[in-house]
Design a protein around this ligand. Sequence first.
Ligand code: 5RP
Length: 265
Amino acid sequence: MDWGMKNRISRIIKPSTGRTVMLAVDHGYFLGPTTGLEEPRKTIEPLLPHADTLMLTRGVLRKCVDPQTDVPIVLRVSGGTSVLRDDLSNEGLTVSMNDALRLNVAGVALSIFVGAVNERETLLNLAGLVNEGEEHGVPVLAVTAVGKEMARDARYLGLASRIAAELGAHVVKTYYCEDFEKVVRACPVPVVIAGGKKIPEKDALELSYNAVKRGAAGVDMGRNIFQSENPVAMIKAVREVVHNNATPSQALDLFKTLSTQKKTA
Ligand code: 5RP
């Protein structure tokens, strides 16, 4: 692995803890102005100082993030579908590696849809992106999307994560599940978890805690941060879990304290 690749990976997954709190705000590439992301700049700006990495699309990066930021970018480079279609697996590559490099990204991300009708295309997208990433020293984050017909269990997520790693992904984003440690153990590259749909802050903090306790390198969380009643308090609480091994109750106490301070400020 060349110096550039190692340097970019170290900007995504912090060497001091071997973990990361990635803020995911790429949802609009197929969901449009989803709740909490109606005005991306307003959502992102207060959260950016607390994110280890920002995952987003090139359109939002160019128009909604200050180029003077020193927060590393993981660029969503797959797409081509919308929530209006039943099958979201028909994704292709939407950003060239040259444009990603022009945007000075620390990494690129695409979705694979194992078991879906377009499985083969998305897996070959991953392989081709890894080829380009290796050529330019840019790590690839593979997102194991889960179709409606798939179960978010260790068997399926373990299969999808392992396939991503076998094809050369440098980091895999999947979901937390029962027996999650089996997914991590069978995946030879770092695994981060998506938060999924918004759940109570207490549950999202428990999810984060359980995931890192069972071997995840951190989270790539979106809705459970930017749809929280207090997003800044929430990302700070998630950071306490991921980087300081806070328990869910300690992190929830922090969330509540910060939320109260904000109200009285
Ligand atoms: C959306 C994505 C998101 O990056 C991923 O799902 C993480 O976001 P969330 O925590 O909201 O699930 O890939 O397609």
